[in-house]
Design a protein around this ligand. Sequence first.
Ligand code: CP
Length: 300
Amino acid sequence: NRSLVSINDFTKEEILQIVDRAAMFEAKPNQDLLKDKVIASLFFEPSTRTRLSFETAIRRLGGRIIGFSDASSSSTTKGETLKDTIKMVSNYADMIVMRHPLEGSARYASEQSSVPIINAGDGANQHPTQTLLDLYSIKKTQGTLENLNVFMVGDLKYGRTVHSLLQAMSHFNPVFNFISPDELKMPDEYKLWLDSKGIPFYEHSEFTDIISRADILYMTRVQQERFADPLEYEKVKNVYVLRNSMLKNTKDNLRILHPLPRVNEISTDVDENPKAYYFQQAENGVYARMAIIASILGLA
Ligand code: CP
């Protein structure tokens, strides 16, 4: 069976097919596509957008959902292992959507499961379905995925969305600019990845008027829950705040993305700016996830 654990599980062609298919689902959802399908939604870590947009996608396509949104209501609290949980649930469902705090847990689950696993976020590692909705959002707003200047801002160390997005965008000849404090820089493995593909990237610690060059400004939240030491979080929280006044000299085609939730990193005075796209981006999650489910289950 075919799982989606890392964005690298999909080729460029498959990524483009999902983006195109998301547009088709947005124009015309197929209400019977998941008739007779049961999809398990196992969230061992909190979520609003990912879980609810998956559930909306499944219901709008005529499917049914089982699962839990809070692992404390599952037998995990009695000591059941992830392996046993996945083995059981894969006998109940046609596919499993799983979020888990441990890096590598989605790959491990895919090795135990008899049905496809979709990684809805595994710790600080990957969030491939977020990336596919991000790509759909970029294509919708820029008209292309090619040759874009992508700025990623904030927690580039623990932010799993930027890790997956960087790898996916690598297919499309981007230039990257990374803005982060020293403590939260893009991990070396991802920079080595870019080097191996010959993709240029520039690192900055100041959040200044260099954003005037951006086509996409991808803001991220400092991931408080991934810090072992709360004092380290206190040092970097609120490190960058995007304000409406900072957008004066930016490109007309600039769009501001954020996987959400935000804490303070985008001032609410940005929300009414036409360059703010994060709420539409979250809506696009429904269409992208319809396309992902259809693709993984091999449904036309
Ligand atoms: N973007 C995202 O993953 O949001 P949630 O944590 O609310 O699912």
